[in-house]
Design a protein around this ligand. Structure first.
Ligand code: AMP
Length: 128
């Protein structure tokens, strides 16, 4: 599917502004890091909403889903693959939730794309 040029240019948050997650990647602030490779970093959420609450983030500072390009398709798949491996490691055999909050109304507060891995309790639906 060719989506290039289909959408209007995005005027999302500035990539040049380093977020708190950028500072975690650069080891400027501490985090409980559970996994790292060339493409991504995973660490425990500082305000866990479930017994397991891990954030999986790309090392490249992509603010929002809108800034993804066709070249990022593999990266997004990798974030989900890493989340699934971490869920296994955390013993979440009965299920878990992967969440991407996108934009202010989507509940995004840190403008560096991230996947929440939530598990270890029964999660209700729909979210608030
Ligand atoms: P979102 O609201 O989807 O943008 O998620 C941002 C998440 O980052 C929230 O769940 C926060 O609790 C979490 N968070 C913010 N600062 C830190 C930090 N320094 N270390 C770990 N998690 C953080």
């Amino acid at each position: 599917m060719h989506l290039d040029g289909f959408f209007a240019p995005c005027h999302g948050p500035d990539v040049a502004t380093k977020t708190i997650f950028g500072k975690i990647i650069d080891r400027e602030i501490p985090a409980d890091i559970v996994f790292e490779d060339e493409q991504c970093l995973a660490f425990r959420d500082i305000h866990p909403a479930a017994p397991t609450h891990i954030l999986v983030i790309p090392k490249r500072p992509i603010p929002m889903v809108e800034q993804l390009t066709p070249a990022d398709e593999g990266l997004v798949g990798h974030l989900f693959y890493v989340a699934a491996q971490l869920a296994k490691k955390e013993g979440l055999a009965d299920g878990y939730r992967l969440v991407v909050n996108n934009g202010a109304e989507g509940g995004q507060t840190v403008f560096h794309l991230h996947v929440h891995l939530l598990g270890g309790r029964s999660l209700s639906w729909p979210p608030g």
